[in-house]
Design a protein around this ligand. Structure first.
Ligand code: PLP
Length: 388
């Protein structure tokens, strides 16, 4: 393992995470706070991120599957955890034993979960998912289905073996600034409120946790905070909203120059020969390729940041490495650090170049990239995520 240590690694700045959390907490004061830590906390490490959120007083966590939830429980994360996706009915007993909250996305699932909870003996805590326009999971509550699905939701609230603690919906375009997206988001929110009102009036009680504010809504629609906010990306400090709110990127992806060679003009570089030197070129090789989470589509189109300035990436990005042009950076030598993305080389810009969003790039950082955790400026833990 020693050989991996200073090759390519991701520094995870837990102080930045704490700063982001506290900033968001102030912004959303009055609402409870659910931190979304699905997909291994967007590639940052769900256990480490959850520990910090727990310590700072977050109220809830959300993951996408039972495996992700159980991993947290097995690592002493005892706060409430909501599974946003579906759980097979065979595992309902496990949900109950581990005190994990399950999203209920339709009536068939509600009935199935109720039956399994009764069979197991115990009560499953659930949050009802309402589809207000995302057209993914949830009880569809458009005009045509409103009455019928409000009936179903109320029926689900009375099913034995289920305790309905929350109700939530998800926005499709809360992060888009154009007028049509704003109208759509407001319509989704209004519909969600109508569903809540209808259900609560019928039940004669208030549902404790009504939530819908993801990153876009936390940044742009304070009226949607309700009982609890539910951001992911903002916590990790990426995207335009994070910048505007003064949040800090949590992950810095670093690699090192492993070798440097000088090529004559007219030399083609890497697979496909898509780059040819037009001058005497000092070319470095860095061990960061698409198997580490880089995007091959960025080949010949991006840059990495050295201590002396940006180095253009040249030629096809390979599985395990790629080339950077150091001709104009004569003092950069073998062994020097290079930032792939982080405070000096924006992930937002890299994502835009790749035609994607920051989420995809941090989620893509693969398991063979060592994570180094830092707190108060000091390294607290390092983990190679090759767990089996
Ligand atoms: C992923 C997810 C979130 C968090 O989204 P961000 O855009 O990262 O804030 C919130 N709610 C649900 C249902 C999700 O799937």
């Amino acid at each position: 393992m020693a050989s991996t240590l200073r090759r390519t690694w991701a520094e995870i700045d837990l102080d930045a995470l704490a700063h982001n959390y506290q900033t968001l907490r102030r912004l959303t004061a009055g609402a409870k706070f659910l931190g979304v830590v699905k997909a291994d906390a967007y590639g940052h490490g769900a256990i480490q991120v959850s520990r910090v959120l727990k310590e700072l007083g977050a109220d809830y966590l959300a993951v996408s599957s039972i495996d992700e939830a159980v991993e947290l429980r097995d690592n002493d994360i005892d706060m409430p955890i909501l599974i946003l996706g579906h759980t097979p009915k065979e595992q309902v007993g496990k949900l109950i034993d581990y005190h994990i909250t399950q999203a209920v996305t339709c009536q068939a699932k509600a009935l199935e979960y109720s039956r399994e909870a009764l069979r197991h003996g115990g009560t499953l805590t659930v949050h009802i998912k309402v589809d207000t326009g995302m057209s993914r999971l949830g009880y569809l509550c458009d005009e045509e289905h409103f009455g019928h699905n409000v009936d179903d939701i109320c029926a689900a609230c009375h099913l034995p073996g289920l305790a309905v603690e929350g109700i939530f919906t998800h926005f499709a375009v809360s992060d888009e600034p154009d007028g049509e997206s704003v109208r759509y988001t407001k319509r989704q929110f209004a519909l969600f409120c109508q569903v809540i009102d209808a259900v609560e009036a019928r039940l004669g009680r208030r549902i404790a946790l009504r939530h819908c504010a993801n990153t876009g809504a936390v940044a742009c629609y304070p009226e949607t905070y309700l009982d609890m906010v539910r951001p992911g990306l903002l916590l990790y400090g990426y995207g335009d909203f994070a910048q505007k709110l003064g949040l800090r990127p949590v992950m810095t992806l670093k690699t090192t120059v492993s070798t440097i060679k000088t090529y004559a003009p007219g030399t083609s570089v890497s697979y496909g020969r898509i780059f040819t030197t037009d001058r005497t070129t000092r070319m470095g090789v860095v061990p960061y390729g698409y198997a580490d989470g880089f995007f091959r589509s960025l080949s010949n189109r991006c840059r990495m940041m050295t201590a002396d300035g940006p180095a253009p990436q040249r030629g096809r990005i390979c599985m395990d490495m790629c080339m950077i042009d150091l001709t104009d950076l004569p003092n950069i030598d073998v062994g020097d650090e290079v930032e792939v993305f982080g405070p000096h080389n924006s992930l937002n810009e890299l994502a835009a170049l790749a035609g994607t969003i920051p989420y995809e790039l941090t989620c893509a950082v693969s398991r063979r990239v060592l994570r180094i955790y830092q707190r108060n400026g000091e390294e607290t833990e390092r983990e190679l995520m090759l767990r089996f």
